[in-house]
Design a protein around this ligand. Structure first.
Ligand code: MD6
Ligand code: FE
Length: 217
């Protein structure tokens, strides 16, 4: 899909910032789809409610999570993996709403990664005080596929490091409507988000939503 075509408009011309080779930030890329994305996220969370997964180390994730698509990312005492079913209910994860796959394809293309077809979408919900520690996303099969990350609601500080945990980091603000395409040489870079500051967003209230669209297999 090219901009200005397809079911969802992508009417705004976003800023494109290359944060690091392979990490492309498309500012405001989904502002025109924000209402449709909210409807989609609420439908997913009705079918598969947000929950705090246990970490392999026995703590609990600060962000509440759910998934949609053929596969969903889960964590428990046994580790991290993708499953076809919600471990809480045994039901398949809800199907990926069309607006999510459309946005993922369009953002990947805008960032120079044609042909991205996500089969998994992890939905993170942060409340004030919640953060995500530096990590790599390496539970997917093919690291040549990017991850498309959509931010909605309250702003947060995204921290981008290098290929080792000790590498220097830089940080960027992610705002409502921003999309980060994380691929190429950045695909295995460490990254995380700082604690969410208190605030109130007109559409989302006192929270931030992050959607990471992936090709898991
Ligand atoms: C977040 N994002 O923005 C956490 N992972 O809340 C991620 O962990 C992430 O933004 C892989 C690719 C892009 C991301
Ligand atoms: Fe990540």
């Amino acid at each position: 899909m090219t901009r200005g075509q397809g079911t969802f408009g992508f009417a705004t011309a976003p800023g494109r910032e290359e944060l690091a080779p392979g990490a492309v930030l498309l500012r405001g890329f989904v502002l025109a789809e924000a209402a449709a994305l909210r409807t989609a996220v609420l439908a997913v969370a009705t079918a598969a409610p947000f929950r705090h997964f246990p970490t392999p180390g026995g703590k609990r994730m600060a962000a509440a999570m759910t998934n949609c698509g053929a596969l969903g990312w889960v964590s428990d005492r046994g580790g991290y993996r993708y499953t076809a079913n919600d471990p809480d209910t045994g039901a398949p994860w809800p199907a990926m709403p069309a607006v999510l796959s459309e946005v993922a394809r369009a953002a990947a293309r805008a960032a120079g990664a044609d042909g991205f077809e996500p089969d998994a979408c992890l939905v993170n919900r942060y409340e004030p005080g919640a953060a995500m520690a530096l990590h790599q996303d390496r539970d997917e099969n093919d690291f040549a596929q990017p991850i498309v990350s959509v931010s909605l609601g309250l702003p947060i500080r995204f921290v981008l490091g290098g290929l080792t945990r000790r590498a220097a980091t830089s940080s960027f603000r992610l705002d409502h409507g921003d999309v980060l395409v994380f691929g190429g040489p950045a695909r295995l870079c460490f990254h995380g988000v700082r604690k969410l500051a208190a605030g109130e967003h007109a559409q989302w209230g006192r929270c931030r939503i992050n959607l990471t669209l992936r090709r898991a297999r």
